[in-house]
Design a protein around this ligand. Structure first.
Ligand SMILES: Cc1cc2nc3c(=O)[nH]c(=O)nc-3n(C[C@H](O)[C@H](O)[C@H](O)COP(=O)(O)OP(=O)(O)OC[C@H]3O[C@@H](n4cnc5c(N)ncnc54)[C@H](O)[C@@H]3O)c2cc1C
Length: 393
């Protein structure tokens, strides 16, 4: 069988690329359904973009690489598409846009957009790939039958390694290496931290605003959530993408509030209250109890000298913790690293040394923050490749 464009992976990037790549496009996926990660994303409501998206919201060995694709297909372009399909959405927080009803609306929209020009084969496994003057020859297996598909253009959109249970594989990296492209080391990103001694078990379920910083000086102010195994919540997930094995993180509790001034005020107005009771007005009570032993919180607030208040608040603002590790690819929302951008055109996503071969989406060494940025990268990189192909690539 011969097609103009073969897209491997019917996820966010593959489906969106199919809508732009022009006639004669075939999308293959080994999964039972298209867009499975879209379906479960954002708690089932898909945080499909972020109104504040810029290249600064992405991690890559080359921080400039994402600029071109993001500028040529922006968050406003995708919002426009969502509006044209009449999908109701809302902004939750920090520019994050979610579907009002269901992430399935986004999948249905992507399938409708590609229906005119592209075919979709699910439950299809991908075997060996050969390349010669006549194109890319991809061995496939579907419904027990083996078939080789020849394509002029091959788009690799098989994502990263996160959540193998949902069908993630390292196929994109294998293909990149087969064609002589470099792959930067991959690791789990947007992932909870674990602690070997399960020290936070008594706090499981407690959430509080915090600034979570990593040793490279990056910090995020959002919610922190204690879990049975360690730390999670948006601030922690964000920080995890900047954390390296063996490093410490610094947690600042009550980050946007002058706790020292508040404690001094309490000393004047209700000095006979226990220090733990007063702190419990500003931090979750279970967290205050947990910290009480280490921080010597016994006594009334009236007994706390300025020096003690400063020391106490200093400790709460600079709580240094050393994670044992992360939950890994099992629960990571993204994979950091991937196909090295040095080998790709930032305008078209085409491999510089292999005309007709494209890498898009999470497979590429471009990883977004939490908050809709990863889908925006999938849309933008898919559009870059799809329009380049349609224009004669
Ligand atoms: C739980 C969760 C929630 C998320 N929520 C959000 C969110 O709200 N907002 C956001 O921006 N990002 C979110 N993300 C990240 C986002 O889902 C990904 O960045 C995005 O899906 C990447 O798109 P992609 O098309 O590159 O890869 P994917 O969507 O992963 O698609 C890859 C496709 O390739 C197929 N495939 C893989 N290997 C093979 C193979 N060997 N043979 C055949 N097919 C193969 C897979 O079955 C899959 O369909 C979330 C991720 C997770 C895990």
């Amino acid at each position: 069988m011969q097609v103009n464009t073969l897209i491997l992976g019917a996820g966010a990037a593959g489906l969106h690329c199919a809508a732009h790549a022009g006639p004669g496009t075939l999308v293959l996926d080994h999964a039972k359904a298209a867009g499975e990660k879209i379906r479960i994303s954002g708690g089932g409501r898909c945080n499909f973009t972020n109104t504040g998206t810029t290249a600064a919201n992405f991690i890559s060995s080359n921080p400039h690489f994402a600029k071109s694709a993001l500028a040529r297909y922006t968050q406003w372009d995708f919002i426009d598409l969502v509006n044209r399909h009449g999908i109701p959405w809302h902004e939750k927080t920090l520019g994050q846009l979610f579907c009002d009803t269901s992430a399935k609306d986004i999948i249905a929209m992507l399938l409708a957009e590609m229906a005119g020009t592209a075919q979709l084969w699910l439950n299809t496994s991908i075997g060996t790939i050969r390349h010669d003057d006549t194109g890319f020859h991809v061995a496939t297996k579907r419904q027990g039958g083996v078939q080789t598909i020849t394509a002029r253009n091959l788009v690799v959109a098989t994502g990263g390694k996160s959540i193998p249970k949902m069908g993630a594989t390292g196929l994109a990296y294998q293909i990149a290496e087969q064609f002589g492209l470099n792959v930067t080391p991959t690791r789990a990103g947007l992932v909870p931290f674990t602690f070997s001694d399960e020290k936070f078990k008594p706090l499981a379920g407690v959430a509080t605003p915090a600034r979570v910083g990593t040793q490279d000086g990056t910090a995020f102010v959002e919610a922190l959530l204690f879990t049975h195994r360690g730390l999670s919540g948006p601030a922690v997930l964000q920080a995890s993408s900047y954390w390296r094995e063996g490093e410490e993180i610094t947690v600042t509790l009550s980050p946007d509030f002058d706790l020292a001034a508040a404690l001094r005020r309490h000393r004047q107005t209700d000095g006979r209250k226990a220090l733990t009771t007063v702190l419990g007005q500003y931090l979750p009570a279970r967290l205050v109890d947990f910290l009480a032993a280490d921080l010597e919180l016994a006594g009334n607030v009236a007994d706390a000298s300025d020096a003690r208040i400063d020391a106490l608040v200093g400790a709460l603002r600079s709580w240094r913790l050393k994670p044992a590790g992360t939950e890994g690819y099992r629960t990571a929302e993204v994979t950091l690293g991937g196909v090295d951008t040095d080998g790709l055109s930032s305008k078209t996503m085409e491999a510089k040394g292999v005309p007709g071969l494209y890498f898009i989406g999470e497979a590429v060494d471009v990883t977004g923050w939490l908050g809709g940025y990863n889908f925006q990268w999938a849309w933008s990189s898919a559009h870059a490749a799809g329009t380049a192909i349609a224009a004669g690539g």
